[in-house]
Design a protein around this ligand. Sequence first.
Ligand code: NAG
Ligand code: NAG
Ligand code: NAG
Ligand code: NAG
Ligand code: NAG
Ligand code: NAG
Ligand code: NAG
Ligand code: NAG
Ligand code: NAG
Ligand code: NAG
Ligand code: NAG
Length: 776
Amino acid sequence: MSSRVLLLLSAFLVPVLSTNSPIDHTRWLAAQSKADSWISSMNLTEKAGIVTGTLSGVCIEYVAPIERLGFSGLCLQDGPAGIRLADLASVFPAGVTTAATWDKELMYERGSAMAAEFKAKGAHVILGPSGGPLGRSAWGGRNWEGFSPDPYLTGIAMDHTIRGIQDMGVQASAKHLVGNEQETQRKPTTINGKTVEAISSNIDDRTLHELYLWPFADAVHAGVASVMCGYNRVNETYSCENKHLMVDILKGELGFPGYVMSDFFATHSGVRAIEAGLDMNQPGPLSLFQIGESYWGPNIPEAVLNGTLSMNRLDDMVRRILTPFFYLGQDEGYPTIDPASDALFFEGFDMLSLGTPTPVGRDVRGNHSVLIRQIAAAGSVLLKNENATLPLDPSHLTNIGVFGSDASDPTTGLIYPDDGFEIGTLIIGGGSGGGRPSYIVTPLDAVKSYAREIGARVQYNFNNTALAAGDFSGIYPWPDVCLVFLKTWETEGVDRISLEADDDSAQVVNSVASLCPGRTVVVTHSGGANTMSWATNPNVTAIVAAHYPGQESGNSIMDILSGKINPSGKLPYTIAANAADYNAPIVNITGPEAEGSSAWQSDFTEGLFIDYRHFDEQDINPLYEFGFGLSYTSFELGSSLAVAPSRKNLTGYPPRVNSTLSVGGNPHLWETVVECSVDVSNTGPMAGSTVVQLYVSLSEANIPPNTPMRTLRGFEKVHLETSETQTISFQLTRRDVSYWDVMAQDWKIPAGNINISVGFSSRDRRIEATTVLLQG
Ligand SMILES: *[C@@H]1O[C@H](CO)[C@@H](O)[C@H](O)[C@H]1NC(C)=O
Ligand SMILES: *[C@@H]1O[C@H](CO)[C@@H](O)[C@H](O)[C@H]1NC(C)=O
Ligand SMILES: *[C@@H]1O[C@H](CO)[C@@H](O)[C@H](O)[C@H]1NC(C)=O
Ligand SMILES: *[C@@H]1O[C@H](CO)[C@@H](O)[C@H](O)[C@H]1NC(C)=O
Ligand SMILES: *[C@@H]1O[C@H](CO)[C@@H](O)[C@H](O)[C@H]1NC(C)=O
Ligand SMILES: *[C@@H]1O[C@H](CO)[C@@H](O)[C@H](O)[C@H]1NC(C)=O
Ligand SMILES: *[C@@H]1O[C@H](CO)[C@@H](O)[C@H](O)[C@H]1NC(C)=O
Ligand SMILES: *[C@@H]1O[C@H](CO)[C@@H](O)[C@H](O)[C@H]1NC(C)=O
Ligand SMILES: *[C@@H]1O[C@H](CO)[C@@H](O)[C@H](O)[C@H]1NC(C)=O
Ligand SMILES: *[C@@H]1O[C@H](CO)[C@@H](O)[C@H](O)[C@H]1NC(C)=O
Ligand SMILES: *[C@@H]1O[C@H](CO)[C@@H](O)[C@H](O)[C@H]1NC(C)=O
């Protein structure tokens, strides 16, 4: 790393309090008064019906209409990668794929296109995006639904996704608040008639603010309509009953004006949950086997009448639910619910419409396949490319080998079974973050089209058992290039037990590579980190982490392999050399101890040190670091990093503000306090995009111990033609250069040096500069 320290430039820029929240106060208050006028005419039963879900048989969660008021009801649908299990809808790239693009515009466009489909299906609320799990543990089964274990990157992705969704007039629900970092024992279980409570994520206040809550602050700041509490406990209290979390922090400190809804059957009480800040119970009943019974529902009028629940609080709940509905114009001609939106509820076991013929769905896909292909290509990370193996050179290619269980069509059809499947490509993970594709472009399909264009032969074998055993019978003559496709099945409800790709993948790679040395390209379809023992095998000359790409899988990876698109994805997580290098394993208790009523405890003792912060702190060399990704061209930064504090009279703590609507918390936290700029040039042979990343190190002398040595606090993706140079600028907010002061319960800018470095990954930092915002 060529590190040049530059002292701060003296120019002070004009101070601006530009907090950039899209929420329009005047329109919000108007929406609230519409809600209030309905509330004033609603009876208790109607109010209870707004806050308690009703099973509909079409929408996964539902609020029943009130005809008398002309209220259409609310249809809530899974999930974060497009409307799930609906007929004729798109399967978009997963959250992790989107994070790997590091492209704010694509994050917005994806949100907007998904919302267009939800809206056209008549769904008012998207149950997403997911900012929790953040990805504390590399083994977490749902990490891929969210974005990145870095809270800054996840926060930006939440912000842009939510704006994209809500600008289309659809409500987003930021999930899961908070600490839903493992699937194992995520819900309470009953053993021998005794309840074993769900895992408790025990998180200290600073870690909560600087890691796990951070993306939710961005979500609230972006105006998110709803926040979903999770299945887990936080500090031994269920997240959906945690008053400190929902009332003090979310609605108090972050100024959240919308509604908190429960995850599916995550409500465990009536008045207790309501007093703790829960505003909506979904799906409503106690369980799928106790339809008609609820902690809420008819108990709500009774609790108001017997004085245990105040009418004010009930009105507050209804107001929080109806205000976003009016604010986003959902009372004005919203599309009707497509009865085929949930044709396959519980894989064919549709409890409520048994026997009724399934209608054909409304086709809502539009031209979204173009965007899906683009995002998946942009989220493919080129990890290794020796001897310019990629892009493929058609002039020397007559015979292409395609290998691995991930290359072809799923032999089980288009519905993913709960436990994955052996032969067939993986475009998305399982559970509520999955989707029902109307088609899949497989890697094999795309290689075949490419081969037809260049007049090459394609040979293949998808049987990993045979490949691992070195059985290549039928492959002749031996291919000019061997493309090996690997997959890693990840699903809601189950954590990963291994970080290896599935189906004896390491043996398959080594086996193919030994017969195809110097011409073996490995592509992984995975929801997060994989260990890659084979990455250092010299016979493997190229590796692409293509993540979960959505329905255009083959086209998007072929765009990268052929060089039609220059790869620009960067890892949104760390790939370790060995699984043991990661910290924060899944808590898994076996034997009699697992049956203690509060036995399941997950102490977040690593504090702020997850993912690259842990590797940096422990000085562990990763295989591929956070932020890393190659290109077919090369980029250089200019020689200087300009750093200019935006104002002179900065105070350590933000000035106090009393605003009736400060979404995201104190607006001063979102104010720009430092501006930085740097030049970036394309010095290589072809046009391409790169991501300039900015990391901040706070002065060790003036911050509490256990602070990471550097954290991501800015990034910009830029497209450059050959020899082109552009100036990239970064606006750092007060929050970006503060730490959470537990004693003061506020964000504080430390006195002394603040080091700012920019580069192309967390370990490839090219220039550093130092500034002082507050004198020590
Ligand atoms: C509340 O209004 C509904 C109509 O929306 C009506 O069916 C119900 O009887 C009313 N309940 C009471 C307690 O008045
Ligand atoms: C959890 O407990 C820790 C330690 O007492 C405390 O610092 C933190 O604020 C608590 N967090 C929540 C969300 O209750
Ligand atoms: C009031 O009603 C609620 C809801 O049915 C019930 O749980 C609670 O026990 C009642 N309290 C009293 C004092 O009657
Ligand atoms: C998709 O169609 C919309 C209009 O329906 C258009 O604005 C947009 O540019 C199209 N996108 C692509 C990638 O073709
Ligand atoms: C895969 O190969 C193994 C070993 O050669 C063989 O036993 C198995 O039947 C094959 N599976 C399929 C689906 O062809
Ligand atoms: C937890 O332990 C159970 C029982 O031994 C095992 O089946 C499961 O795979 C383990 N899960 C993880 C994530 O290690
Ligand atoms: C690489 O390929 C050569 C040629 O087939 C083989 O001899 C060698 O063992 C392979 N290396 C590894 C690390 O697999
Ligand atoms: C790269 O290409 C050169 C020249 O063809 C060859 O000698 C060398 O072995 C190749 N390296 C790898 C890793 O395949
Ligand atoms: C800081 O200075 C700016 C003008 O440079 C002024 O608008 C602002 O009120 C001052 N803030 C404080 C806390 O003095
Ligand atoms: C903030 O302003 C509101 C409305 O003017 C007032 O009711 C409240 O007491 C104020 N809060 C603080 C902390 O000053
Ligand atoms: C900031 O940079 C200076 C000069 O390279 C170095 O001495 C100091 O340790 C750095 N401080 C932090 C907190 O990284």
